[in-house]
Design a protein around this ligand. Structure first.
Ligand SMILES: Cc1cc2nc3c(=O)[nH]c(=O)nc-3n(C[C@H](O)[C@H](O)[C@H](O)COP(=O)(O)OP(=O)(O)OC[C@H]3O[C@@H](n4cnc5c(N)ncnc54)[C@H](O)[C@@H]3O)c2cc1C
Length: 450
């Protein structure tokens, strides 16, 4: 404790988890020190959520211009891509957010220490020779892209997402390895910007852990925009050649391109933190936590990607906020990971919350599934975006909403209504009786609940 009786809380890692925990704990009276070795805002701001969605925003604008003829607008204009301006825009957004975060934290009395933190014992973090004693600590050091041993990433031709935003020129032919969320978002971005894209899909459809009908809508869009899908293709090696790159697949195929981008998962940033030496239990490099986000050393917490629970910025922030409350002795309800809403920012967008059809089927759980296509929605037709559907999953006995999926324009916003219903355990009847604006995409959500 400090001399004035305040709890000393040291946070290592200033991404969404660390930042949210700092704000919550400082507001509730703790003396907070936040250690960050790159940018406050974390990988989420520097390389992940923010730059990727800024690229998506540019991509969507290009698509809208290219597709203007669908709205009766011919010769809508030719788009010139300026990669330098694109990169500057991302830097501006990241810089603005980082400055705002630092100002906000400092106004809340949070001490920000720049450097690499390391636990020297169970009550002290060391940063560049200085020691910071704590009563409670948080490990929120995030994760980084996994690079398999068969890929020599050089940041020029063979890339991870961390190299994707500041390229000198647009890849002529990008080979994307990995068809999970990150992979398909990269396909969407670069195919919209004008690259020819080949996607290596290791299973039978993209987004292997999602409902097949969701993947089908996305694949239809990819094929329409000329993306080459190589199904059942798992990369075995990737190398730079005189003219570009070559990817060898496990089934003996060879794919040539100008650049390759790896989107095959991530690894936690937990090396050199000294955690095992002070008794923190780890599993494959991830920090193990209980429902209160406590590690096996109870006054040391972990949140965000380091826990390997659900690698989402929104989850990391919520965990951080809850830890801020818990360490200061305030009521805290553990986060229910079964009610998290998430989105994939492709075109159409894909958003889901709670139980998905594929999970219900795997668990043999009886559910009521109701679904309507956007093709019947007036607003979707007006906007020339009729692709996709809204699906609501409920309990057949109680009619309580258990989950939902929206595939379509603005799905990442539309899912909010279903998310609220899941969180508040509303019955489908409440949705059905809610009067929505006409014409609106939201009408399909209500209709899907019927
Ligand atoms: C391409 C891509 C797009 C994504 N888009 C989305 C999205 O749209 N929505 C979403 O919800 N999620 C998205 N994610 C996931 C999201 O980025 C992560 O879940 C989120 O960043 C995790 O937050 P975090 O606080 O755990 O860590 P991070 O954001 O990784 O921050 C950790 C911080 O800790 C610092 N650090 C590490 N070690 C030390 C040390 N020893 N000392 C001091 N500091 C240290 C790092 O420099 C970093 O700043 C995306 C991921 C990727 C790869």
């Amino acid at each position: 404790m400090t001399e004035d009786g305040r709890l000393r809380f040291v946070i290592v890692g200033g991404g969404p988890a660390g930042h949210a925990a700092a704000t919550a704990a400082a507001t509730l009276g703790a003396r907070v020190t936040l250690v960050e070795d790159a940018v406050v805002g974390g990988a989420a701001h520097l390389w992940d959520c923010i730059p990727s969605k800024a690229m998506v925003a540019s991509s969507l604008r290009i698509s809208a211009i290219r597709n203007a003829a669908r709205l009766g607008l011919s010769d809508a204009g030719h788009v010139n891509l300026d990669m330098t301006r694109l990169g500057e825009r991302l830097d501006h957004i990241t810089g603005t957010l980082a400055t705002g975060f630092v100002d906000m934290l400092e106004s809340q009395g949070v001490e920000i220490v720049h450097g690499r933190g390391r636990f020297v014992d169970a009550t002290t973090v060391e940063v560049g020779g200085s020691r910071y004693p704590f009563d409670a600590a948080l490990v929120s050091t995030g994760s980084r892209p996994w690079v398999p041993e068969w890929a020599a990433v050089d940041g020029q031709r063979i890339l991870t997402t961390r190299h994707a935003y500041h390229l000198a020129e647009l890849p002529e032919h990008l080979v994307v390895i990995g068809s999970g969320v990150t992979g398909v978002e990269m396909v969407h971005i670069f195919s919209s910007l004008g690259s020819y894209v080949t996607l290596l899909v290791s299973r039978q459809h993209v987004l292997p852990h999602r409902d097949a009908e969701v993947a089908a809508v996305l694949e239809e869009d990819f094929l329409e925009r000329g993306v080459q899908l190589l199904k059942g293709s798992r990369a075995a090696a990737v190398r730079v050649t005189a003219t570009g790159v070559v990817v060898d697949t496990e089934d003996g195929r060879t794919v040539s391109g100008s650049h390759a981008l790896l989107a095959v998962g991530s690894v936690p940033n937990t090396e050199d933190l000294g955690l095992e030496a002070i008794g923190v239990t780890m599993r494959n490099g991830f920090v193990e936590v209980d429902e209160w986000q406590r590690t096996s050393v109870p006054h040391i917490y972990a949140a965000g990607d380091v826990t390997g629970q659900m690698p989402l910025s929104s989850v990391a922030s919520m965990q951080g906020r809850k830890i801020g409350r818990h360490i200061t002795g305030h009521e805290m309800v553990p986060l229910d990971l079964n009610r998290v809403s998430q989105a994939i920012f492709t075109e159409p967008e894909i958003a889901s919350v709670g139980l998905e059809e594929v999970d219900a089927a795997a668990a043999g759980r009886k559910v009521r599934i109701t679904k309507v296509p956007f093709a019947a929605n007036p607003r979707a037709l007006i906007q020339a975006n009729p692709r996709g559907f809204a699906k609501v999953i409920s309990d057949p006995a109680t009619r309580v909403v258990l989950g939902g999926t929206v595939v379509g324009h603005h799905a990442s916003e539309l899912i909010a209504t279903i998310a609220l219903a899941v969180q508040a355990r509303l019955r489908v009847d409440v949705l059905v009786e809610t009067l929505m604006v006409h014409p609106s995409l939201m009408e399909s959500i209500v209709e899907a609940a019927e």
